[in-house]
Design a protein. Sequence first.
Length: 282
Amino acid sequence: MRRFELAEPQTLEEACALLNDDGDAKALAGGTALLTLIKHGIFIPKTLVNLKKIGGMSGIDYDRQRGLRIGALTSIYDVESSPLVCQYYPWLAEACHLVANIRIRNMATIGGNLAHGDYQSDPPTALVALDASVDLTRGTGTRQIKLSEFLLGSYETALQPGELLSALVVPPPDSWRGTYIKFTTGSSEERPCAGIAALLRMEQGICRDLRLVVGAVSPRPVRMHHAEEFARGKEISEAVLQTIGAEASRVVDPIDDLRGSASYKRQLVGVLVRRALAAVIH
Ligand SMILES: Cc1cc2nc3c(=O)[nH]c(=O)nc-3n(C[C@H](O)[C@H](O)[C@H](O)COP(=O)(O)OP(=O)(O)OC[C@H]3O[C@@H](n4cnc5c(N)ncnc54)[C@H](O)[C@@H]3O)c2cc1C
């Protein structure tokens, strides 16, 4: 590994200033993604700004009105094992639990997972379904944007130079029932070939509202708006499941990659969407 400078700011403002003043500096959180890039020579750092010494950037709070707030430095393991997350957002706990393995989840942060912008990830799919937002901080000011607008494409996010993702904000769960399912083409510890988040609100057997998100098959998680609209006001019968699956399969625009061809992923999405919805209903 080549030599690089390591800065260890104690405050968020200090970290933002370091990143702003040096365009070559890069934030370091859990390091599970960044250190791999460095080891393979894909990224050659001049300065790394270690975020781990900054106080107040981790932890999980829940408020009935405001929902969930998760500090960016909270580990993925702490999200999946949080009693608050497990009680109010079990499908988010599940999406985090399905990331890699316990060693990675202990080191990796939820903020790093989102800021890295790798489309083959699990938590973003569940979080887009939950209509989550992220707080982006630059020195003294913070802006909040929807996660669906933050994730722009493969390794592309709306982060501006000198900005850090400081927290994740998730609206109250209301009466959603949901699930997240992950499909890998290798071992269960691998990154997803596809991930499906389905949230459903039912009233007397009728679908009042559906949120359906397909992740890991295209450069960012995609809401299946047509399928959602189609499901509203209907009983989710086998025929409706078939139609929703077929619609999702038609709408996705998959990428060919090492985990599967585009045509394979298109078919897979139809199957997984039906499975996810069936799991929520039963
Ligand atoms: C073997 C392996 C298997 C994996 N499997 C999965 C999987 O199945 N599912 C899945 O979802 N993910 C998977 N991952 C990805 C893993 O979840 C991410 O690597 C991790 O969440 C990144 O978080 P980190 O804290 O380690 O980030 P780092 O590696 O420290 O940083 C990643 C990037 O984000 C930037 N960054 C970090 N924090 C912030 C912040 N607060 N604000 C702004 N920028 C920031 C860094 O500058 C860097 O560019 C896997 C990773 C590995 C190594």
